[in-house]
Design a protein around this ligand. Structure first.
Ligand SMILES: C[S@@+](CC[C@H](N)C(=O)[O-])C[C@H]1O[C@@H](n2cnc3c(N)ncnc32)[C@H](O)[C@@H]1O
Length: 304
């Protein structure tokens, strides 16, 4: 294997120019935040040498993001999601994680137990960038260029032979860009296709979405203009997710890990008025298992 291939199609000495716009461009913002946190000495919340390396290999004006003032907040989200994915992997050896809208996330390398199977699903322009920097390693780690809203990826998961209860679908940094009806439809479709499986996602509060829509997070003076978020949900509303489908068995709002300084309050931030309405939520949804569902159907039929 030559050096260029080993390094993901790009020589280490030569940086890859990345030109994305709209929602796909936001993956660079997230990557930059993770790399900023991972570069910290001592008290960092995230070990992610691959994120640091990716930022170094990409030719993009990262300064557009105005530094990384939210890097720690972002890292708390990532830590919380990583912990839940690790839990799933431990309980479902050889199971599959389907990462919707994965961008240049390097979660696979942070949580890999040597057995998990991983399917990245993202838009074609993003997959082209990911393929150049983080090429697939079949059969365990593969990528599909496909919208999260396109059932093709679900067919691919079913065809892989992984039992539906061993499938965890994740959506990090994605659902806020979708309208509420599409979010609910996606969760309902997953509940239908992966009985016994799970869905893990982050969401922003209603007030953060409203502030973004008003341009409050745009970097001034010709800097980066974040795409508008479309959907959010307050932490106290998490149980409402169950209304997306009768096939949902349970919904949990996960406790954030403890951060540094002001962020030490993160684990109790859902209890603090004022902070609560600004806080992101990390939601874990469990789908009803197939056998219980069949039993429920049977009892409905005999009752009717
Ligand atoms: C904010 S980035 C998040 C990237 C990554 N999950 C992370 O946290 O770093 C949003 C990602 O969603 C992807 N995306 C946007 N719309 C999508 C869709 N309909 N289906 C799949 N991916 C989508 C973008 O290409 C991008 O990779």
């Amino acid at each position: 294997m030559d050096d260029a291939r080993r390094n993901g199609g790009v020589d280490r000495g030569e940086r890859l120019k990345v030109e994305l716009d709209g929602v796909p461009e936001t993956l660079l913002w997230n990557l930059y935040n993770r790399a900023a946190e991972a570069r910290r000495d001592g008290s960092r919340l995230l070990d992610d040498p691959r994120a640091v390396e990716l930022v170094e290999r990409i030719d993009y004006p990262f300064e557009r993001f105005g530094g990384a003032p939210m890097a720690q907040w972002h890292a708390l989200r990532v830590r919380c999601l990583d912990d839940e994915v690790r839990r799933f992997i431990a309980e479902h050896p050889g199971g599959m994680v389907v990462a919707l809208g994965e961008g240049l996330e390097t979660q696979f390398w942070r949580v890999d137990d040597g057995r998990v199977r991983w399917l990245t699903v993202d838009l074609p322009e993003t997959v082209a960038v990911r393929g150049a920097l983080l090429p697939d390693e079949p059969p365990r780690r593969r990528t599909l260029a496909c919208s999260a809203l396109d059932p093709r990826w679900m067919d691919e998961v079913t065809a892989s032979g992984v039992p539906p209860q061993d499938v965890l679908v994740t959506a990090q940094g994605l659902l806020m860009y979708l309208p509420e009806q599409e979010v609910k439809g996606l969760i309902a479709a997953c509940a239908e296709r992966f009985p016994g499986g799970g869905f893990l996602f982050d969401t922003l509060s209603r007030s953060m979405v409203a502030r973004n829509q008003a341009g409050a997070f745009d970097v001034p003076e010709g800097g980066y203009r974040a795409p508008r978020w479309q959907w959010g949900m307050d932490v106290k509303e998490y149980r409402k997710v169950a209304a997306a489908s009768p096939r949902i068995a349970g919904v949990r709002s996960l406790r954030l890990p403890r951060g540094r300084g002001l962020y030490a309050i993160a684990p109790v931030s859902h209890l603090l008025p004022g902070v609560r309405s600004l806080r992101m939520s990390i939601i874990s949804v469990r789908f009803r298992a197939a056998d219980r569902e069949a039993a429920a159907k049977g009892s409905t039929t005999s009752g009717g």
